[in-house]
Design a protein around this ligand. Structure first.
Ligand code: NDP
Length: 296
């Protein structure tokens, strides 16, 4: 069997970003510049990288970004007060609170405090509920990016059996909702599933969002499957006496590659799509808020 096609997330993200930049230009002609407020609490190194990338990408598509950085000892009340200000600020179209938050802050309390119209991560329960009911919603960026990659790779997904490994509110559950909306038969596998590998072997489409490096190898996969590897795991390695970190997915690419039809790389797969979709959501939020204000 020829090796799997590599699904190029970077190239696809560039296409999404070009569409967003065009949308931002159109909105600018109506006198509106989308604004993305990015909130970072603490010093988590991965979060620092994500925030830096998000802010940089916003600038490249013409979105104004407003950074709010705080030490890890920021109180929950102070953070909620900031969210309240951002909710009411007409310059802010999207609010992103980088997760994880320090342990003394209740993440759910913060997420639910964001006004749903500015919830560009799509984590608010109102957006989550609207997604499951097929109503207009801001959709979580990572699953949205995965869907775009799947449509570009497979076209119509109708009737395919999609298995999502992982059931988080951020990835697994909204991914399942989107696949269902695209007429797939959807199975969710999680840490309490029995015979997880056997279920996964039935998947025409496999989405791995577990957070366990290389857990899904060829024995979990159906020949010819299309595989989206959402996992981003940092592996510490010592090579020729040199210590370094390497990013790997949840899929064991060396073994999967010989079996499946197509596969997203890590890095360069889902990661760039997540950021591009965040820009897309910020544009949508800005447009919706503008239209709503204009109709008042
Ligand atoms: P969570 O830790 O919130 O969820 C992990 C899920 O995997 C849980 O539902 C858990 O099940 C399930 N799981 C854990 N172990 C097993 C197992 N042995 N067998 C089957 N299922 C298992 O992680 P996230 O959803 O936030 O993220 C998942 C991965 O995706 C991480 O590597 C993360 O870094 C990455 N990620 C990448 C993004 C990107 O832009 N590319 C964006 C967001 C996340 P249970 O519910 O039973 O505990």
């Amino acid at each position: 069997r020829s090796p799997a096609r590599r699904i190029d997330g970077k190239a696809c993200a560039e296409r999404v970003l070009a569409e967003v930049a065009e949308g931002v230009r159109q909105l600018a002609s109506e006198g509106v510049t989308p604004g993305l407020a990015v909130v970072l609490v603490g010093e988590d190194p991965a979060s620092q990288v994500y925030v830096r990338n998000k802010v940089r990408q916003a600038h490249t598509v013409g979105i104004r970004s407003l950074e709010h950085r705080f030490d890890a000892d920021l109180s929950q009340a102070e953070l909620l007060a900031l969210i309240d200000r951002l909710n009411r600020d007409p310059e802010v179209s999207g609010i992103l609170v980088q997760l994880p938050l320090p342990a003394h802050i209740d993440e759910q309390a913060v997420i639910q405090a964001i006004v749903p119209a500015k919830d560009v991560d799509g984590f608010h329960c109102e957006n989550a509920g609207a997604l499951w009911q097929g109503l207009p919603a801001l959709i979580p960026c990572t699953p949205m990016g995965c869907m775009r990659l799947l449509h570009e790779t497979c076209g119509d997904l109708t009737g395919k059996h999609a298995v999502v490994v992982g059931r988080s509110n951020i990835v697994g559950k909204p991914m399942a909702a989107l696949l269902l909306q695209a007429n797939c038969t959807v199975t969710l596998v999680h840490s309490r599933s029995r015979d997880a590998a056997a279920i996964c072997r039935q998947a025409d489409i496999m989405v791995a969002a577990v957070g366990r490096p290389g857990m899904i190898d060829a024995t979990w996969l159906k020949p010819g499957a299309v595989v989206i590897d959402v996992g981003i795991n940092r592996i510490e390695e010592t090579h020729d006496g040199e210590h370094r970190t390497r990013l790997v997915g949840d899929v064991d690419h060396a073994s999967a590659e010989r079996l499946v039809a197509a596969l997203t790389p890590v890095p360069g797969g889902v990661g760039p799509m997540t950021i591009a979709c965040l820009m897309h959501n910020t544009l949508i939020a800005a447009r919706t808020l503008h239209r709503r204000a204009a109709s008042l």
